[in-house]
Write a protein that binds this ligand. Structure first.
Ligand code: FAD
Length: 498
């Protein structure tokens, strides 16, 4: 490799490509030189508009100003996901990003609540969580109470990539427009040497980042890294996406509505709503899925419905030789819990920590791949939970999911919760106790027993403590403005862009 600055070449300019360009330039820009190649003809996937709270920490690491970013991407705030018709038709629940109540080192809060609930005194679990209540009532402020709210964003994917591109270019990232025709490998090492574009331009580098989307041009087609298919657990392989006009003020949550043939997303931005339906071609035709989506839209369409095909799973070794795959080139878990952008950002942090300044990268690659595998499997199991723990039996698709075998770790989780009420966070600390709890209970798994520690304080003391938590949540909730009111004063779309 170059003894001076390491030459990094990023193939692809979607969300993954520009996030990579910006963060590497921002944090390693004095040590590396970055070129990004993208093709206007191929374009980007153009979806990926809901996020989870980790994006906030990533933005703060990368010094992205929240108000500037939100105004530029027509973003709204997200306090969780509102699920309709998942366990049973007509049911709904929220997976909020908040912490529910306050437990002890021995037992979680929900176990104390279950104890009081058994005596008919616990109230609703949501009364102990500000984010949950605020989502339901359409309220929001970035700061509330002592700790503030835990939130994420809904953003315009195309505008987000443009926003990051502007920032990257101002940090010196070179953008080359053109279609990659071939990739040149070193005959001695098998490493990538350069990207050869149609028209004859050659872009050479020391280290390559494959952000070419589902195709995985460098990692899959050129370096031959295989794809681990998870279609037996996550059968969805297609989506229709369409944008509609807003018909109401944007709520601070994503909506995930289950239908007999798949599930529909509704992602509210300041100026429009992103909609889509996710389905499996094994259980439903494209025409049928399109019709279900169109029938369930709430506003006039702005775009024509567009179909996207995908394969759930992950790249076996996302880092191979001198190339790492990020974004859709590294895999896709389907959008149910909006985890893709998160997986890009954690992979970027991992890459920066393991960055191969010295040239040789075999050991770093092994470590990167091991950590990625852990992370993806944990996220995968959380998503499978939603499908597995379904009660509806109104279609072949739901019958398939209800009766499928799932990874042992997940079965163990569900069973220990069902019998004892015990929950623990995932290994990578992404979905914490409250996430597992809300989804399991939302989908109808209710514990038969709970920890005996919940009986130790006695009913009167428990009632008093829980009453105080409820009062605190209610008090903080009362201070919150409507989501729209907060957006209007905090991060409105500039007049000329609206
Ligand atoms: C239906 C659906 C819904 C989703 N919803 C969410 C969500 O709510 N939240 C979330 O976090 N994620 C979501 N995702 C995932 C999210 O869209 C992606 O993680 C994100 O957009 C990153 O995509 P990308 O940059 O990897 O790929 P792309 O956007 O496909 O970009 C690929 C880039 O590579 C370039 N390229 C490809 N081939 C060549 C070539 N030969 N020469 C030159 N350039 C080339 C293209 O021009 C483009 O710039 C969703 C995905 C799908 C399919």
């Amino acid at each position: 490799m170059n003894p001076g600055k390491t030459r990094v070449v990023i193939a692809g300019g979607g969300t993954a490509g520009w996030l990579t360009a910006y963060s590497l330039a921002k944090r390693l820009g004095t040590q590396i030189e970055i070129t990004l190649v993208e093709s206007d003809l191929i374009g980007t996937v153009g979806v990926g508009e809901a996020t989870i709270p980790t994006i906030k920490s990533f933005h703060s690491l990368m010094e992205i100003d929240e108000r500037e970013f939100m105004a530029a991407t027509q973003a709204t705030f997200k306090l969780g996901i509102w699920f309709d018709n998942w366990a049973n038709i007509g049911d709904s629940y929220i997976h909020s990003f908040g912490v529910i109540g306050q437990g002890s080192w021995m037992a979680e809060f929900h176990e104390y609540w279950l104890e009081l609930n058994a005596q008919g005194l616990g109230g609703n679990l949501e009364d102990y969580c500000l984010e949950w209540k605020a989502a339901k009532l359409g309220k929001f402020a970035t700061h509330a109470g002592k700790t503030g709210l835990n939130y994420a964003y809904h953003l315009n994917a195309t505008a987000y990539a443009q926003f990051l591109r502007g920032k990257s270019e101002s940090l010196g990232v070179r953008r080359v427009e053109g279609k990659i025709a071939t990739v040149k490998l070193s005959p001695e090492t098998g490493n990538i040497e350069s990207l050869e574009l149609e028209g004859g331009t050659s872009v050479s580098g020391d280290f390559f980042v494959d952000c070419t989307g589902f195709r995985g041009l460098l990692i899959g087609e050129v370096l031959g890294v295989g794809y681990e298919d998870w279609g037996h657990w996550l059968a969805a392989d297609r989506a229709w996406a369409v944008q509609t006009e807003n018909t109401q003020a944007p709520p601070p949550y994503t909506r995930a509505i289950a239908h007999p043939i798949g599930w529909q997303w509704r992602i509210p931005l300041q100026h429009r709503t992103g909609n889509g339906i996710v389905y499996s071609s094994r259980f439903c035709s494209d025409d049928e899925a399109r019709a279900v989506l169109v029938k369930n839209l709430t506003g006039p369409t702005i775009t024509e419905p567009r179909m996207l095909k995908f394969r759930t799973g992950r790249r076996q070794q996302p880092w191979q030789r001198n190339c790492v795959a990020l974004g859709l080139a590294a895999g896709f878990l389907e959008p149910l819990e909006s985890t893709s952008i998160h997986l890009i950002t954690t992979a970027l942090v991992r890459l920066m920590r393991l960055f191969p300044f010295a040239g040789d990268c075999e050991q770093q690659a092994e470590r990167f791949n091991t950590e990625s595998r852990f992370e993806w499997e944990e996220v995968r199991d959380f998503i499978i939970l939603h499908y597995k723990q379904i009660r509806r039996d109104d279609s072949p698709m739901w019958n398939h999911y209800r009766s499928m075998e799932v990874p042992h770790n997940l079965t163990h989780r569900i069973e220990i919760f069902r019998k004892n009420g015990y929950v623990w966070p995932d290994k990578v600390n992404l979905f914490r106790i409250d996430s597992w709890l809300q989804v399991m209970m939302g989908q109808g798994v209710f514990p038969e027993r709970h920890h005996g520690a919940a009986r130790i304080p006695g009913a009167a003391s428990l009632q008093e403590t829980l009453g105080q938590i409820r009062a605190r949540v209610a008090n903080n909730l009362a201070q919150l403005p409507d989501h729209q009111t907060f957006i209007d004063r905090y991060c409105p779309i500039p007049r000329d862009a609206a």
